[in-house]
Design a protein around this ligand. Sequence first.
Ligand SMILES: [Zn+2]
Length: 336
Amino acid sequence: MAPVYPLPDRIRRRINEIIFKFIWKGGTELVARGHLHNSHEEGGLELTDIGSTVRAMALQPLLSFELDLRLPFHPWMEYWIGIGLRKFFPGKWSNCFPHSCDPPDFYVKPLRDLTEVSKSLVLANKVPTKRFADTLRVASTPRIMSRDGPLGSFLHLWPAVWKGVHHQILDNRLKDLSWRIVHSAIVTNFKRYSWGLGNGECPRCNEMESIRHAFWFCRSNDLIWDWVDSVSDRLHVRQWHPSVWYILYGSSGPQCSVVNENFIWLVTSTAKRYIWLGRNAKVYEKIQFNEQTIILQIKTDIRQRVKVERQRLSLTKYQRLWPDINLRLVLDGRPP
Ligand SMILES: [Zn+2]
C-alpha cells in the first residue's frame, strides 16, 4: 500500500514504539533511536527506518518511470513532472517535449519527498545509503508489470496491451472495463475470497471465480465466444480463434486488415462487457440471462454503436476506423 497511501504519522510512531519496546524489553532505552539505524560498524543495529522506507516506497512510481522509458504512462509523467524530476536525473530529460509547469497535487508530495530524501542523503547522511538504495530498488519494481498476469515477463507486449485498452474503436464504457481487467481491478468472487469474504465460487458454475474464469473459462461463456469466433470467420479471418490472452489483454490478435481487426476487438470487448453485466445481474439482482440473450444484447449494442458512429463521423473518418461490412450478415450469419 505504501506506494499509494502515505503512512499516517501515528501509525509510524506506533510501529516504532513496538520495535523499540521489543529491543529494550520494555525497559529504558539506552541508545538514541536514530543511532540504531546505523550500520554495525557505526555501532547501530542496521534497523529499518520505517518512515524513510515508506517514503522511499511512495517514490516508486517516479522511479519506475525513471528506470524504464518503455512504460506506457511515460509520456504523461514526462509531461506532468518532467521539470520536477530534471534535477534528479539530468541526463534523462530533453526540452524537445512539452512540460507542465504545475504538477498535479498527486505528484507534488512525492516530488517534495524526493527532494528531502536526496538532501538527507547528501547533507545529514541520516539514512544509510546502501539500505536506502536497496529500498528504492525494491520499491521501484513496476507494480503493474509484476502482477501475476501472463505478461509479467514480457514487457515488450505492454505497448500492444495499452493500445488495446485505449483503442479508439472502444467507447468509454468498454475502455473502462478493459482497463480494469488489465489492472486486475475486477472484483470477482476469488478476489473477495482473498479479502476473507465469501467462498470464491463462480455464481454461474461453482468453480473458483478468477478474472480469467469469469471472462473466459466459465462454461456459461462458451456459446458467446463461439459466436465471436463465428463473427471473425464471417469477416474471412482465417486460422484464428479468440484466446484467453486476446480477450483479456488484446495480445495474439488476428492477422487481417486493420478495420476488421478493429471490429473484432470491438465485438470482443462488447462481449466482455455483457458477460460481466450478466454475471452481475445474477449476483446482485438474482436475474439469470441465458447465453442467447447475452449474444442478442451484444448485437444490439454493436448495431446502435455503428449507427451512431455513421452519423457522427465523416465518411473518411468512418472508413478509416470501421470496416465496410454487411452488419446483419456478419453478426447474425445470414444475408439481409
Ligand atoms: Zn463459472
